[in-house]
Design a protein around this ligand. Structure first.
Ligand SMILES: [Cu+2]
Length: 144
């Protein structure tokens, strides 16, 4: 009886994940270069949440980027945050928003698993494990 009660309490109090990260992947790259992190961010709550910082221990700097079009040119630039609307999924993908991982301290080889920490205003700190994959894409120009 005591055990049943305990299980019930655990079921009731186990918090639903506010933010779910789906299909995170990192583009393969080499030491000294930059790369990008992509994923789908699902907000399961009734309130908007904001991704405002991303960290990892194998790069000089990590930034949140958006892609923009200027005439025929495509470029990308840093943005301070990404807002994920209530009950919706925000997709970071090539030619769109992405996490820029700058000045890698090591090679990122196909299949390697890397850890990132995402910071959300509502959901707080979230650890994400990504797998490195190849991407066939023309390189975008940076504007800093
Ligand atoms: Cu970028």
């Amino acid at each position: 009886m005591k055990l049943l009660f305990l299980v019930l309490i655990m079921l009731i109090s186990s918090p639903e994940e506010k933010i779910k990260i789906k299909d995170p992947w990192l583009r393969i790259s080499a030491e000294g270069q930059s790369t990008a992190l992509f994923m789908k961010i699902e907000n399961t709550t009734d309130a908007a949440d904001t991704l405002y910082k991303v960290e990892c221990d194998f790069a000089g700097r990590v930034e949140i980027h958006e892609t923009y079009q200027q005439g025929e040119m495509m470029g990308m630039r840093e943005v301070p945050f990404i807002v994920i609307s209530p009950k919706s999924t925000f997709e970071l993908k090539p030619r769109s928003h992405h996490i820029m991982v700058i000045k890698l301290k090591k090679d990122i080889k196909k299949g390697s698993q890397e850890d990132f920490t995402l910071y959300f205003k509502q959901a707080g700190k979230l650890k994400v494990k990504t797998t490195a994959q190849e991407m066939q894409m023309p390189k975008l120009e940076h504007k800093h």
